[in-house]
Ligand binder design. Sequence first.
Ligand SMILES: [Mg+2]
Length: 482
Amino acid sequence: MASLHDRIEGVLLGTAVGDALGAPYEFGPPRGPELDVVMAGGGPWEPGEWTDDTAMALAIAEVAATGADLRGEPAQDAIVARWCEWSRDAKDVGIQTRAVLREAARGGAITAHRARLAAAARHESVGRSGGNGSLMRAAPVALAYLDDEDALATTARAISELTHFDPDAGDACVLWCSAIRHAVHTGELDVRVGLRHLEPGRREMWLSRIGSAEASTPSAIPGNGWVVAAFQAAWSAITTTQVPPEDPAHGSFRADHFRLAVDAAVRAGNDTDTVAAIAGGLLGAAYGASAVPLQWRRLLHGWPGLTARGVVALASPIARRGKPDTFDYRYRGYEVGALTPHPYDPQVLLGGIGALWRLPHGVDAVVSLCRVGGDAVRTDMPHVEVRLIDRDDPDENPHLDLVLTEAVRVVEELRSQGRTVLLHCVSALSRTPTVAALYGARLQGVSCERALRDVQAALPDAHPNAAFRTALQRLDPGVLVR
Ligand SMILES: [Mg+2]
């Protein structure tokens, strides 16, 4: 079930990284392959900062994480109140959303009932309300009803209607959330699974919209501020981006489809952050948090003062209906642990959890290969958390080769910035020596086997598990592929 957990954690994280990657390119033209797409920030956005899409989704997520039933009026009241709070200082709020929140809060405390009335009135007066602003924030609703597809469909529409009266917006949320739920359970990408929840007369129309998205490129779908076009652009980015072959020896990984398809969504142009947030939520559900590039994860942050760790931490309580995490982060008995310089690079220190708690002098970046408690995370230096589980079972590490490669890439990046890196897990027996061996092999151009032997000479108790050793063999011919 570890891979299911990974996919649950991928939903909000995928939304947020898509949003933050697309943010600097919002309202720009489509971007061809000759142009970069990087998480560089721009306009009011810092590098890695997410926008309204994720902020509004996190407001829903916070309420869902308490275990509240989102179908109920109290939960929906709490969501609109949180949106209102956020909108007061937000850097950007969608036109439709701002108008509805303002009207609903006029002359008293906002409630879900007043928001729905304001949304309907706005639809009446403007003649339309089918912007993409309810689809962009819908992902957490899927996590709240993983075990009940009918309840999911009802709730996805109800949360959409808090600001967007148009049935196209509700339909889009129902279809996308159903697809996210299906992806979390199966790892499959299929946006048609929720069609049965639509009114019979509207199913054919959506089938044809989905079909035309698949026959088009994301940038050829005009006007993606409209919810239908945003849906189509996101689905087009996912389905027209080729899934890379699994060929670790040549640095090619199937799960890298996550990164490539989110990149393609940004390249659609116009409402880039929203199209990429929508795509990222579904891709994250299918591939899991472990497929999200660590370089993106490392930069991610935004309202209400969270980083990637906080976004990931919200996902499980939603899926568990508010039950808290019972994992014991104290790792009793591992307080001392090993600590040694990497045999090929003394500015990479290899250690156990004790080294994180008593950070060695000079260390100014940390790469954690195990789960760490919130109080162990330093905020004054880069701290990257890698999802790696020390077990032989392939279900535990669904994208093991990609994750090992990513872990090494992030150490390389931190070193290229001149940082001294602590690379650690709980006891430096299996995960740390494995990543250290791959790092060393790439650094020195030697085989992983040789690098592992040298790492084991420095860490005499190290003995990577069989799955990790086999992964090193698979990755070995590719050590020089960067
Ligand atoms: Mg936005």
